[in-house]
Design a protein around this ligand. Structure first.
Ligand code: FHN
Length: 481
């Protein structure tokens, strides 16, 4: 894994695994070949029906908010006049900032502009159904009240408030789910914490400051595991998702099993595939790309930045367009996945306006067209939506998938939704796998019936000359199977 490359978002990026058949996108969500683990995880023991019940809300949601927020929002990509070319939350590692200097940032952290109410309201109005926030990123700073380690927002800053508690209260009030990201292995300020080996740092430990040296097992037992326990116990019904990250080689099966023991106490919890120690977790997590065919048989979630950084970077203005973001969401849903879209609040806790603007645009589209996204399954068509490059490789090292942007499709029961990007005043598909009994546009509140013909396998629908939404207009087909 090359973090530098994986972490640079370039808008619509795709990678793929095999042929183009979209019909393969659906699949059993139960793991047919569970791995033997020192402590069996819930995924190893539950039935397919139990798994479906546990994953139900998450599969319905389709759209969530990722929040990367921490001390790194103070340097905002720049340290003593030097700008990082990498992602904002990695500044400590990239610029080899000594532990004491980085930890001193806590004294300045006073994010009085943070409003849990406004952030939850922003997520909701954008059409997002859940939030996942960094409770502790690789810098080791806990954004919550931790008795296990004093390097946290309540004990070490003039702010003295617990934003996770405030978010939990707001999420409860506003009816949205809350999950916590936790960097379980990498910790650059705790003695013994892991660091991915990079640059001119120590070739074995990845460390660049003696203060980082120590026993990983001590770190695991005195900080990581106790903090995960605090996160699981102290937020009354939340988190519903634990989002682990960068396990590193330190997260052996035996060490990961100690965390699994804790997770197993929460039978409704969903956790991702980044715990390490061969645990597969519940969800695949393609980062900064949309897999050409999703992950047949697995739940998955593409996480992406809106610009090129997760944590706030004052000079990163490479924001994706609202059109790209909306079409990414549709594309992901059409392949059976979720979109976890990131915001990076600044050191005052304020969400950058360009991010807010784009989320508002997404919300406007979702308000009209959300029916074609929430609770849907992947496309029933085997229509190609792009081609694989013979020469270029994608982010997963396989032939690069170059998408075309004509239309995508999602399905719910007898309804087939066609999200049309390239409006031609007509819709044609060679192979319609179901009998169509009616057609209308979702954005047309009267649902005026559209003329269509189905001859053999081919379907033709007459559309108005103008698209109702230039980004994506949704054609709804009522069908029988
Ligand atoms: O190193 C992190 C990175 O900072 C960011 O948190 C992303 C989000 O998926 N995860 C890691 C890289 O894979």
């Amino acid at each position: 894994m090359n973090l530098l490359h994986r972490s640079i978002a370039t808008g619509l990026l795709f990678a793929s695994s095999a042929s183009l058949s979209f019909a393969q996108l659906q699949g059993s969500k139960a793991d047919p070949t569970p791995t033997k683990h020192p402590v069996p995880a819930i995924q190893d023991t539950e039935t397919a029906a139990q798994r479906d019940a546990r994953m139900a809300w998450w599969r319905d949601a389709r759209f969530g908010m990722f929040i990367h927020w921490g001390l790194y929002s103070i340097p905002a990509g720049e340290w003593k006049g030097q700008r990082t070319t990498h992602i904002g939350e990695w500044i400590m590692n990239d610029l080899s900032i000594p532990v004491a200097d980085y930890k001193a940032l806590a004294k300045q952290f006073n994010p009085t502009g943070f409003s849990a109410h406004d952030i939850v309201a922003l997520a909701k109005s954008s059409g997002m159904k859940y939030i996942v926030i960094t409770s502790k990123h690789h810098d080791g700073f806990a954004m919550f009240d931790s008795k296990a380690d004093p390097f946290n927002i309540v004990a070490a800053t003039p702010y003295h408030r617990d934003p996770l508690k405030e978010l939990a209260e707001e999420c409860r009030k506003q009816g949205i789910k809350l999950g916590f990201y936790y960097s379980q292995a990498q910790d650059w300020t705790a003695p013994g914490g892991a660091a991915i080996v990079r640059g001119n740092h120590d070739k074995v430990t990845g460390h660049w400051d003696k203060a980082q040296d120590g026993s990983f097992d001590d770190y695991l037992h005195k900080k990581s595991i106790p903090q995960i326990k605090e996160l699981l116990e102290n937020y009354k019904g939340y988190p519903v998702v634990v989002w682990f990250d960068t396990p590193t080689k330190m997260m052996t099966p035996e060490r990961a099993a100690e965390i699994v023991k804790l997770l197993n106490k929460y039978p409704n919890l969903i956790w991702n595939n980044r715990l390490g120690g061969t645990y597969k977790g519940d969800t695949e997590t393609p980062e900064q790309y949309i897999p050409a065919q999703g992950f047949p048989g697995r739940d998955w979630e593409s996480c992406m930045t809106i610009n090129d950084t997760w944590g706030y970077k004052s000079f990163d203005t490479n924001f994706k367009s609202s059109e790209t973001l909306i079409r990414n969401l549709i594309d992901i849903a059409s392949k059976g996945g979720n979109y976890l879209l990131n915001i990076g609040p600044d050191s005052k806790g304020i969400v950058p306006q360009p991010e807010v603007d784009r989320l508002h645009d997404m919300g406007k589209w979702m308000k009209v067209n959300g029916e074609a996204i929430y609770g849907t399954s992947a496309t029933i068509f085997d229509t190609p939506t792009g081609t694989f490059s013979a020469t270029e490789k994608g982010r997963d090292g396989k032939p690069k998938f170059n998408p075309t942007w004509e239309w995508r499709s999602t399905t719910k029961g007898n309804k087939v939704y066609i999200e049309i990007f390239d409006w031609k005043g007509h819709f044609h598909v060679d192979r319609m796998p179901r009998k169509v009994t009616g057609a209308y546009l979702l954005a047309d509140s009267a649902h005026k019936p559209l003329k269509f013909t189905q001859k053999g396998a081919a379907l033709d629908v007459d559309l108005p000359a103008q698209a109702l939404d230039p980004v994506a207009t949704v054609l709804v087909l009522n069908t029988t199977r």
